[in-house]
Design a protein around this ligand. Structure first.
Ligand SMILES: [Zn+2]
Length: 111
């Protein structure tokens, strides 16, 4: 488990040092804007692969920061979650990303 600090503007990812436990805002060394923290499922695309970065941007904006998403969520009669199955794969194309956001919007975390 780990995090990556990512600058979506510069399309750069930095590994987060293990000994940093305090929450604070990290600043991109290049553009000086606050960076986004993404979870361990994130694999940075090549810096030149703008289309893939657009997908990353889109997912993050919609509350999917590369933590595990369940492919199936089971609910009881009261609508409470009583079980989950299979991790969903994060999409690589914008078309798939739009479907993903729609399909799993209940699992998005937006602050
Ligand atoms: Zn930057």
């Amino acid at each position: 488990m780990g995090y990556k600090k990512v600058c979506l503007d510069c399309r750069k990812a930095f590994n987060r040092p293990i000994n940093m436990e305090k929450v604070h805002i990290s600043i991109c060394p290049q553009c000086k804007k606050p960076m986004t923290e993404l979870y361990h499922l994130f694999q940075p695309p090549k810096q030149t692969d703008i289309k893939k970065w657009e997908v990353v941007n889109f997912l993050v904006e919609n509350g999917f920061k590369y933590y595990h998403i369940w492919e199936q969520v089971f609910k009881n009669e009261k609508g409470e979650i009583c079980g989950t199955a299979n991790y969903a794969k994060y999409p690589q194309s914008m078309k798939d990303a739009k479907e993903f956001v729609e399909l799993y919007k209940e699992q998005a975390i937006t602050e």
